[in-house]
Each structure stands twice: as C-alpha cells, then as structure tokens.
Design a protein around this ligand. Structure first.
Ligand SMILES: C[S@@+](CC[C@H](N)C(=O)[O-])C[C@H]1O[C@@H](n2cnc3c(N)ncnc32)[C@H](O)[C@@H]1O
Length: 299
C-alpha cells in the first residue's frame, strides 16, 4: 500500500537537490510527518495515480526556487514587492498551471520544512483534539484541502466547510475529497474568505482554520473580524502566517510576532498557544523568514 515515503521517492526522481533536507526533516519527525503524509499519499494515488508523486516533487522544487528568488529580491529591495491583487487573482489564483503544482508544495512544506513541523503538532494535538464533540469546522483558504481532510480523518464526529478564492485549488481539494472516504462530511467551495456574509448567524463554528492566508491579503484585519464573527463561544482557531518571508503572492509583510497577536486581541480573541520557528535566512541577510502558528479562543 502507498505510504508517505512515496513523496520522498518522487523527490529522488524529480527534485534530487531538495531530497536530502526533506528526508532528514521527515526522519527526525517520523510520527508527525506520517500522520500527514500517509493519508495524503493514499488520496493522491487514488485521485491522480502514480504520477502524483513526481508531479508533487516538481511542484515542490519549483516553489522552493521561487521562494529563494523572492527572498533574494526582498533582501535587495528591503520590502515585499507584490503584484496588484487583481493581477495575482488572474495570474496566480485563477491559473490551473500555476496553482496545481503550488498546492502540492503548499502541503509538502509542512513535513519537509523544519520551520513548519511544529505547525503539524499544534494543529493535530492542540486544535483538532481539543474541538468539542460534533464540532462544525470552517476552513478559510482551504487550498489543497488537506488540512480539512485530515481533520475529518482524525475526528469522525466533525463536519468541515472549506472555502478558497482559487477555482483550480478547489478542484484539487475536491478531487482529494472524492477519494478520501470522508466526502459526506466535507465540502469545498470557491469563495473569498473576506466576503463571507457577516450578516449570517454569529458563532456557528466550534473550529476555524485560517492557515497561511493572512500574508496573502492586502490587510489581514478583516480576516480577524470574519474569524471573530463566526467563532462559537467554546470554539478554537488554528491561525498561521509567514513573517519576513517573501513569495510572489505574499502581500502583507509581518515583521513581529506581536503584530498578528495584537490583531487577534483587537477583535476580542486571546492567544492560548503560539509557536514560531525560523527558516534559513540568506547569509548576511537582514530579514529572518519565520512561520508562526497560534491557537486562539474567545476572551
Ligand atoms: C499558501 S496557500 C495555503 C493553503 C492552506 N491553507 C495551507 O495552509 O497549506 C494560500 C491559499 O490562500 C488562498 N487565498 C488567497 N486569498 C484568499 C481569499 N481572499 N479568500 C480565500 N482564499 C484565499 C489561495 O488561493 C491559496 O489557496
């Protein structure tokens, strides 16, 4: 039966330069990484066949090169230099040729990048396991859908509703969902997370995921308002974002861990856990790329 190691074999074949570091991270965190990669490999194989692993490797390599180039440019210019949002939507989020490889990379960085490993632990052990029985879960920027699908796999009592602005990303998530065995408890639809109707009833969701979305927005404050509006009194939020980490579609530049934390507090949420680990800075660089994850609750 296919297991998560198939993704590492894909790297050996199609992205050899990136294989040793990814393998070292997976081997050092075997149990956590298998929790994510084993079901993902099953779904990927069933949805896309054997080519999934080589396609994923190519997507991952292309993404890592893009990140490296963007970070070099960031060091030179001293700030993010994003395209206009309208252009990002038409050139990135609506482009299947761009989004599908990107979505493989977006999920593979969790088990392959040391800075993301703590996010898997935080998500599984302090978010999913803490959700009240029969929780309704809202995923904002569901992308590839794997976070929501892992939620359904881990918690057979919960329902997941995911939204993403990108039609090709939603197509990927629905393809994985269709073979996941949990299709009756999970939905993914194309919707802008910032345009969810705040007139809809408040406090409907006991769990909200907003993973690696805030840095893609021109202003993340409205995202915190959406989260605060939809969160039930006994609910938990899994929030994550990138700091000083340039990418083609990163538009909002966080420098300090206190910035997203304050934005959460401003809408009446409290931070009950925070993890933040750095990636590799460029030698002599002035910026330190980091990935921050938080659990939020109502005050
Ligand atoms: C880096 S991916 C993160 C995917 C997934 N949440 C994860 O943690 O791997 C960023 C995602 O945000 C989505 N996105 C960007 N702006 C959005 C918006 N306003 N509403 C919903 N989704 C958005 C993109 O389409 C993309 O799928």
């Amino acid at each position: 039966m296919t297991d998560g190691k198939a993704f590492l074999r894909g790297l050996d074949l199609k992205a050899r330069t990136f294989a040793p570091a990814a393998r070292a991270t997976v081997e050092a965190n075997d149990e956590l990484c298998s929790w994510l990669l084993d079901p993902l490999a099953r779904w990927a194989q069933a949805a896309y066949g054997d080519r999934a692993f080589e396609d994923a490797a190519k997507g991952y390599a292309h993404y890592c090169m893009g990140v490296w180039k963007s970070q070099q440019q960031y060091e030179k210019i001293g700030r993010y230099t994003p395209e206009a949002m309208q252009e990002l939507v038409s050139e990135v989020y609506e482009q299947e040729g761009y989004m599908v490889p990107y979505m493989w990379a977006a999920i593979l960085i969790y088990p392959f990048w040391p800075s993301m490993i703590n996010h898997i632990a935080l998500y599984r052990d302090e978010f999913l396991k803490a959700l009240p029985p029969d929780a309704r879960l809202l995923e904002l920027a569901s992308g590839h859908g794997v976070m929501g699908l892992l939620a359904a796999e881990t918690r057979p009592d919960i329902q997941v509703t995911g939204f993403d602005i990108s039609p090709p990303a939603v197509a990927v998530s629905n393809r994985l969902r269709g073979v996941s065995g949990n299709e009756h408890r999970v939905t993914f639809e194309v919707r802008n997370a910032l345009k969810l109707n705040l007139g809809e009833s408040r406090g409907t969701y006991q769990g909200i995921i907003a993973a690696m979305l805030a840095e893609h927005l021109e202003d993340p404050r409205p995202l915190f308002e959406v989260i605060a509006h939809h969160l039930a009194d006994d609910g938990f939020v899994f929030f994550s974002t990138a700091l000083e980490s340039a990418q083609r579609d990163h538009t909002f530049e966080f420098h300090h861990e206190s910035e997203p934390l304050k934005m959460a507090e401003e809408v009446g949420l409290r931070v009950t856990r925070l993890v933040c680990d750095s990636g590799s800075p460029l030698p002599g660089g002035r910026f330190l790329p980091r990935a921050l994850g938080m659990i939020l609750r109502r005050r």
